[in-house]
Design a protein around this ligand. Structure first.
Ligand code: NAD
Ligand code: WQD
Length: 339
């Protein structure tokens, strides 16, 4: 299939590009490189020995979308592009609503104009806000998004639902990711956050490589077995494969459907520190700090729907995540900014 990846030079998009190319699909990427580098495209090509068609365009302003869809005879789009930093979204809500929502609308208009009907959208478990039950399944209400980033994802989901109602031939898979981590086993592509990482795994990797002194664990007085928050950490390569399964499913089961992509197992912050230490035979200095505002104590999925309908489930463990994250970090201590 000919597949367009918006934001395909980013962390999850680049891993998905590699898996798609390995499966024999053709990949076109549109990315403005606002949070990535052209080196990613070169590394995808090197890893797979396949060519990628790349367009440096901003989805918000580009006038070339329809031309790209037509020229490459695109059959499905995976829409990763967007802004994703929760804290930044609180201080810059208009930027988040503008970029995330308007670029999705631009993309959908061009898809309709070009007759492309299948869209996979990068949503997030954050749309469940403070979930009313655990584990979280797809029937769990999407309410109470707690910050503008989460709200932008919930709003886009609603827009896509309305579009699929109005135009039933427009098929959408909403993929609600839990906590992605790890890297391609080669260590050639991985997560390269700008500035101080917000997320746990890249922060731990930067402590391990000596860029940061220590990890601050945000609270150990939560109602969990060891007092630290519990999350569902999913290996980015497992997550990438979930996108391929979703694209295949849209061909068989049209309409709009939401899938949670996670492992179904929760791990605490201390579990992750221990897994990182044992997988990589090193020590992660840490201190216990205050709770981070907005954190929920526990979040993990019930992965049954994705298993039943997509015939997809995760294969990799938190040790695999920690080993591959460290392999990427030690081979690329400054991410993509050095050769
Ligand atoms: P990322 O920042 O690494 O990738 C996003 C890519 O989109 C970047 O390469 C960036 O340059 C590009 N981009 C941003 N705005 C653009 C624009 N206006 N036009 C063109 N390109 C643009 O992020 P990621 O971690 O790979 O996440 C991909 C998607 O998954 C995002 O939509 C994110 O919200 C969602 N998501 C991520 C996580 C996570 O923890 N990483 C969890 C849940 C959902
Ligand atoms: C995980 C756990 C922290 C950093 C966020 C977004 C969510 C989604 C994924 C995009 C929490 C603890 C972290 C640190 C710590 N992104 N922690 N010290 O908060 O589950 O989700 O990323 O959609 O929208 O909110 O992930 O990696 O930030 O935190 O103790 O320095 O690690 O408190 O318990 P989170 P995270």
């Amino acid at each position: 299939m000919n597949i367009l990846l918006t934001g395909g030079a980013g962390y999850i998009g680049s891993h998905t590009a590699v898996e798609l190319l390995k499966e024999g699909h053709s990949v076109t990427i549109i990315d403005n490189l606002s949070n990535s580098s052209f080196k990613v495209v070169e590394r995808i090509e090197k890893l797979t020995n396949k060519r990628v068609s790349f367009y440096k365009e901003d989805l918000l302003y580009t006038t070339r979308l329809k031309d790209v869809l037509d020229e490459h005879k695109i059959e499905a789009v995976i829409h990763f592009a967007g802004l994703k930093a929760v804290g930044e979204s609180v201080s810059e809500p208009l930027t988040y609503y503008k970029i995330n929502i308007l670029s999705t609308i631009n993309l959908c208009e061009s898809m309709i104009a070009s007759g492309v009907r299948d869209l996979v959208f990068s949503s997030s478990a954050t749309v469940y806000g403070e979930p009313i039950r655990m584990p979280i399944d797809e029937e769990t209400p999407v309410i109470d998004a707690t910050n503008p980033y989460a709200q932008s994802k919930a709003m886009i989901e609603k827009i896509l639902q309305d579009l699929s109602t109005a135009q039933p031939e427009f098929n959408v898979a909403l993929l609600r990711y839990f906590n992605p981590g790890g890297a391609h086993v080669s260590g050639d592509i991985g997560e390269d956050p700008t500035g101080i990482p917000n997320n746990l795994l890249p922060f731990i990797s930067q402590v391990a490589v000596g860029m940061r002194d220590k990890l601050v664990v945000f609270g150990d007085d939560y109602p969990t077995p060891d007092g630290t928050c519990i999350r569902d950490y999913i290996h980015v390569v497992d997550l990438a494969k979930g996108h391929i399964a979703a694209i295949e499913k849209l061909k068989e089961k049209p309409g709009l459907v939401a899938y949670n992509l996670g492992t179904g197992t929760g791990s605490s912050v201390l579990d992750i520190i221990r897994a990182f230490e044992s997988a990589n035979s090193l020590t992660i200095p840490f201190v216990i700090g205050a709770r981070r505002p907005g954190d929920i104590p526990v979040s993990y999925t019930n992965p049954a729907l994705a298993k039943a309908e997509l015939n997809w489930q995760t294969k990799k463990s938190i040790e695999d995540i920690c080993r591959d994250a460290w392999n990427w970090q030690k081979r690329n201590p400054k991410g993509y900014s050095e050769p």
